[in-house]
Design a protein around this ligand. Structure first.
Ligand SMILES: Cc1cc2nc3c(=O)[nH]c(=O)nc-3n(C[C@H](O)[C@H](O)[C@H](O)COP(=O)(O)OP(=O)(O)OC[C@H]3O[C@@H](n4cnc5c(N)ncnc54)[C@H](O)[C@@H]3O)c2cc1C
Length: 322
């Protein structure tokens, strides 16, 4: 028995959430006194693959074939399942990212495995294999017991943290048959929508809501985000009104994020909004209404008018940066 972790790459590089998934998988492997193997699909240089050893992967299966250069859900799931079978892995771990959300259930079906999506902690060690995970679109937690022999766990980004565990990773090429039926949808070209920091991966996020009154007032939000090196986000009504693009909408029906810092400006804190942001490590709320529900989950709160507070915040940051 062993543990397999899928390491998603973007343009040949691994993101922090991947190193976190490897750290998490390594902790499971250690608990089971077994080895951790990683599987990478796409064009990744050897030195980047070797990096995975730093977090505990002792072997890396490298799949580099033309058909799988870009992400193809069904085909990637088949390859990862084939690797799990080859490695006799009974636990498969991956990040609960956009692609992870599509892959995890497919891999689980192929391996007849129990599935825990949105895991936020290591499985329990009391003899049962129970995983704490988010439920009801992030509004609650559930403890799910996986009773099947094989298990698939999709870890929520920023839930476990990156932990170094230096091992010398050996790299092995892995060739799995890619069936034509798995290539039903193929990405032909990837076009970047923006050069801005990607919201799902951002460590810092500045978000604003209807309290900003209109799209013309987002200049100060963008300036604040740029000074902090943060991504920008917004509430649903803001993107519904086309004040901001839908790619910035966070919450139950938008993107779920868990950055280290989430600054919410002029957002009431409706439950559907909180569903996507409440697992942020530190939440700062700026709202002129002291009764705004967001203050209940805030680590720091400023009761004040955004049009007064944000410019002062920007001024202070500029002064701090010199
Ligand atoms: C099925 C369903 C799914 C939903 N999914 C989502 C979702 O994914 N994401 C999401 O965000 N919403 C979602 N919603 C909508 C959600 O219920 C709220 O309506 C929405 O989050 C409110 O957005 P808001 O806080 O920007 O606006 P408002 O509720 O209008 O709040 C504006 C806030 O700004 C404050 N304010 C006003 N002026 C200022 C000022 N000058 N300075 C400082 N503060 C000020 C006000 O006090 C208020 O708290 C969903 C709703 C439903 C029914």
């Amino acid at each position: 028995m062993s543990v397999l972790v899928y390491v998603e790459q973007a343009e040949g590089k691994f993101k922090k959430s991947v190193f976190e998934a490897v750290s998490y998988a390594k902790a499971i492997a250690d608990h089971q006194s077994t080895n951790l193997t990683a599987i990478s699909i796409g064009d990744v240089a050897e030195n980047e693959l070797k990096e995975l050893g730093k977090y505990g992967a002792s072997k890396v299966l490298n799949v580099s074939v033309d058909q799988l250069k870009t992400f193809v859900n069904q085909a990637y799931a088949s390859v990862i399942a084939a690797a799990a079978e080859k490695e006799s892995a009974d636990v498969v771990v991956l990040s609960n990212s956009f692609s992870g959300k599509g892959l995890a259930p497919r891999i689980a079906v192929k391996l007849k495995a129990g599935l825990a999506e949105g895991a936020v902690e290591l499985p329990s060690t009391d003899g049962k294999f129970s995983v704490k995970k988010t439920a009801f679109s992030g509004k609650a937690f559930a403890i799910t017991e996986l009773t099947s022999a094989n298990k698939v766990i999709a870890l929520n980004p920023n839930a476990f943290g990156v932990k170094e565990n230096a091992t010398d990773a050996t790299i092995e090429n892995f060739t799995a048959d890619v069936k034509q039926s798995d290539l039903g949808t193929v990405i032909k070209e990837l076009v970047r929508a923006t050069d801005k920091i990607s919201l799902p991966d951002a460590e810092l996020v500045v978000s604003a809501g209807r309290g900003l009154k209109g799209p013309e007032n987002w200049g100060m939000i963008e300036e604040l985000a740029s000074l902090l090196g943060a991504a920008t986000a917004c509430s649903k009504p803001v993107s519904d009104a086309d004040w901001r693009p839908h790619s910035e909408h966070v919450g139950q029906t938008g993107i779920a994020i868990s950055p280290n810092l989430y600054i919410a400006i002029g957002i009431s804190g409706a439950i559907q909004h909180l569903a996507g942001v409440s697992s942020s490590k530190v939440i700062v709320v700026i709202n002129k209404d002291p009764e705004a529900p967001f203050f209940k989950v805030a680590d720091y709160g400023i009761v004040g008018d955004a049009f007064e507070v944000v410019p002062k915040f920007i001024e202070a940051l500029k002064a701090h940066k010199g």
